[in-house]
Design a protein around this ligand. Sequence first.
Ligand code: ATP
Ligand code: ZN
Length: 213
Amino acid sequence: MKNNNLKLAIQKNGRLTEDAVNFLRSSGLQFENYKQKLFSSCRNFPLEIVYVRDDDIPDYVESGAVDLGIVGQNILNESNKDVKNIINLNFGICSLSIAIPKNSNLTLVKQLRNARIFTSYPNSTKEYFKKKNVPVYIMAVSGSVEITPALGIADAIVDLVATGQTLALNNLKVFKKIYDSQAILITGKQNSLSMEKKILMQELIKRFKKLIA
Ligand code: ATP
Ligand code: ZN
């Protein structure tokens, strides 16, 4: 990896990977097959594309380890990092939603008073119920949240939903939406960036904006 090149982090292996790679290629960047690699060097721009877990991207951008990142807005909402959203990328569209068993007939949020809620988004969940003034028990788990109602340990879950297919497969349905999310391009403070890198970054961002427009 060339250290004076710009660095952009994308998800290594997940829902945003293919769309992020396609987006970068559509903007004219040329780089070779990304599978099983930790990074790719662009052939026609001084840029390294770095593949990491999506949860780590805001940290790397905030600390300046990378200059740019593509990540779901949901990750930022949950973790509150000091990074800037430069462009909404129009992919990775989903929402953070409360889901309940399919056969439940709840209609109001306040009916969840004292409910046991499992989620991988405890901060977003806590904030939502605090605003609604409804006390609930929030339990944080790192994955497979949809299984918890069937196990009898959750009355509701808070999870990312796109089509609702995964919920339906687990006999769940959307109850209320907490917020909408999509993939975004983020940068950090850029204070310590060289003038040369700042100019390159502006050039790259201009390309991306043109593609979105
Ligand atoms: P990693 O191994 O990188 O931590 P992950 O399992 O946390 O991956 P994915 O499930 O690949 O993450 O989701 C990545 C992002 O894709 C989410 O943070 C979200 O922004 C977006 N996304 C779009 N649709 C959905 C969906 N239906 N479910 C979950 N995430 C979705
Ligand atoms: Zn993740």
